[in-house]
Design a protein around this ligand. Structure first.
Ligand code: ATP
Length: 134
């Protein structure tokens, strides 16, 4: 089975680098499955798990926004933050989710609501990444 190189990089470090068979991301206009030899493209990403297929195994990485660049045999994701399923602190993500939901329910000023909504999306992406990993 042919492969492509996937790199996921944040301003802090390289989170992921492997040869994989398929990458599935949530771009701003929908879900995209990338196979080797895909046409080149650049797209902004939503806050969501990135799913990877390697042989018969699947891996998930929480990717918090950023961009994906697809080249012939390489996909580079530049994200604000990203975590491997194994590195996600589930209780921290649950607490962050509850905190964000509480703030949204309190109907604060619009700017706080936007921040809470973004925090909620990050927490949900982390929890979904861990669920997909199990
Ligand atoms: P929190 O409110 O718990 O800090 P957050 O969504 O505001 O969550 P971020 O600003 O997205 O956190 O991330 C700050 C740093 O902490 C990043 O390096 C990110 O990878 C890491 N991080 C945040 N939440 C978790 C988590 N649940 N498990 C592992 N790492 C996390």
């Amino acid at each position: 089975m042919s492969t492509l190189r996937l790199e996921i990089v944040t301003p802090e470090h390289k989170v992921y680098e492997k040869d994989v068979n398929m990458v599935v991301v949530k771009g701003i206009s929908g879900e995209l499955g990338i196979l080797p030899d895909h046409i080149p493209l650049v797209t902004p990403l939503k806050v969501a798990p990135v799913k990877v297929k390697i042989g018969n195994t699947h891996e998930s990485i929480a990717v918090h926004g950023g961009f994906m660049e697809v080249r012939k045999d390489k996909v580079v994701i530049l994200a604000d933050a990203a975590e491997l399923g194994a590195d996600i602190d589930v209780s921290r993500a649950r607490l962050a989710k509850e905190r964000a939901e509480r703030r949204l329910a309190q109907r604060q000023a619009e700017i706080s609501a936007i921040r809470a909504e973004l925090a909620l999306q990050r927490a949900i992406a982390r929890l979904e990444t861990v669920e997909k990993q199990e």
